[in-house]
Design a binder for this molecule. Structure first.
Ligand SMILES: [Zn+2]
Ligand SMILES: [Zn+2]
Ligand SMILES: [Zn+2]
Length: 431
């Protein structure tokens, strides 16, 4: 590569913020000061949230997710600071069991001993596991007997999870209104339930949901919820709603949450709120299992068979693919969601008033970047031309630059911290 080529490549990388696979746009630019028209090709960052696909864009996405959650918990970015005093819960919802899987229970055991009375299942498979698994054991989440595991129901449960969530929110609102002695249509005039939820696929291949629920007054700016709407009441209502809520499957039978769920009061421990924020941000940039193979839609059954090594995941994806071919399941678009084992919903969703939006954060960032640019203002219209860089080495280089910049940032932060500690020590000495 000659010096001129190197310079052009570096400019390109910088222009697309070290994105691994930027989007190429082509269009006409008009200099609004001079009226001059020019043709230009432009690369913009892909904005993919998934770290395995684009480290640089997912870093920004994670940062935005962090702000989204933390402003919902303690205010800021247009959300009043008093939300930090409202009832706030962190709720985890899980799927029911579709077969015994290797796991780590609270006492460190895998399968509860009471369940292992029979030595083998009808297929001659195991019913017990006396091992104590490590966190990174590849067997975790896989069934003791593959034939006993109900893959079909597991995939269909994932397909119903979003509907079940929506119904649960409605039940919570209904029960809240009842508790306040008002009809549900009037709940909004005294209190609002706001939420943010993030979906995560567990190792057993089932979706579970983490959500932050917050109770506000009728108008967010009018902060305080009514005095009867306490954290204890909200927790009680949420518990009842989780047990009561259901969504009908295609036969009208109820699809429900699993028996295991968790409700934590975010006001009692500040570190829980911090942990929740970091947790949501981390999961926001993950794919189904953290791999590239489950990051994108599959194009064929064969692709699933050849790409997925984990036999449990392979079977879940194949089940979704096969069910997707049945006319009756068409509405779930299961082939398009075979890589998420049938889960069709959005990864992060929130009620409108919970906090700021990804769009608002992005537009604030691009306004800031525009302010940094020099020269006359330009306007233009662009259309999609393709993906990636012209130079095949550029993607790797982009990732390298991103890693270097991240390390430099980390070093600078560590230096800042050391300096602050040093100043505190000096101040203490002089006192
Ligand atoms: Zn990107
Ligand atoms: Zn086990
Ligand atoms: Zn079996």
């Amino acid at each position: 590569m000659n010096a001129e080529e190197s310079k052009r490549l570096l400019r390109e990388l910088q222009g697309s913020s070290n994105c691994s696979h930027p989007i190429r746009l082509r269009g006409e630019l008009v200099n609004t000061a001079t009226g001059e028209v020019s043709q230009r090709s432009l690369r913009v960052a892909c904005k993919d949230r998934r770290e395995v696909l684009c480290p640089a864009c997912s870093f920004l996405y994670r940062a935005d997710a962090w702000i989204l959650v933390s402003t919902g918990l303690v205010g800021g970015k247009g959300i009043p600071l008093d939300v930090g005093t409202h009832p706030r819960l962190f709720v985890t919802l899980t799927a029911p069991s579709f077969g015994v899987v290797h796991s780590i229970r609270d006492n460190g055991d895998c399968v509860p001993r009471s369940r292992s009375s029979k030595r083998s299942c009808v297929h001659g498979g195991r019913t017990s596991c006396l091992r104590r698994h490590d966190e990174d054991d590849v067997d975790l989440g896989t069934p003791l007997c593959e034939k006993c595991f109900d893959y079909r129901s597991a995939v269909l449960w994932n397909a119903h999870a979003s509907r079940l969530w929506n119904n649960t929110i409605q039940v919570i609102r209904r029960l809240l209104a009842e508790a306040g002695g008002i009809g549900q249509p009037h709940l909004g005039s005294v209190a609002q339930l706001n939420y943010l939820k993030v979906a995560e696929v567990q190792r057993r291949g089932l979706v579970h949901l983490h959500c932050v629920l917050r109770l506000d007054g009728p108008e967010l700016v009018d902060a305080e919820p009514p005095s009867w709407a306490t954290t204890e009441l909200l927790a009680r209502v949420v518990r009842a709603s989780i047990e009561r809520a259901w969504a009908p499957d295609l036969n009208g039978s109820p699809v429900r949450w699993g028996r295991i769920y968790d409700i934590q009061d975010l006001a009692t421990r500040e570190e829980t709120a911090l942990k929740v924020t970091a947790y949501v941000a981390k999961y926001a940039s993950k794919t189904t299992d953290g791999s590239k193979e489950l990051a994108r839609r599959f194009r064929s059954r064969r692709q699933i068979r050849t790409l997925i090594d984990n036999p449990h995941f392979r079977r879940l994806a194949l089940t979704a693919w096969d069910l997707g071919g049945e006319e009756k399941y068409e509405i779930f678009r299961l082939r398009e969601h075979a890589h998420t084992f049938g889960f069709t919903g959005q990864l992060i969703t929130k009620s409108r008033a919970f906090s700021t939006t990804f769009a608002a954060l992005r537009s604030a960032r691009s306004d800031y970047m525009a302010g940094e640019r020099e020269g006359d203002p330009v306007e233009g219209t662009f259309h999609f031309e393709g993906r990636g860089y012209d130079d095949p080495r550029a993607s790797q280089l982009a990732e390298l630059f991103f890693t270097m910049q991240r390390e430099l940032r980390q070093e600078a932060r560590a230096r800042d911290r050391a300096r602050t500690d040093h100043e505190v020590e000096e101040a203490e000495e002089t006192n």
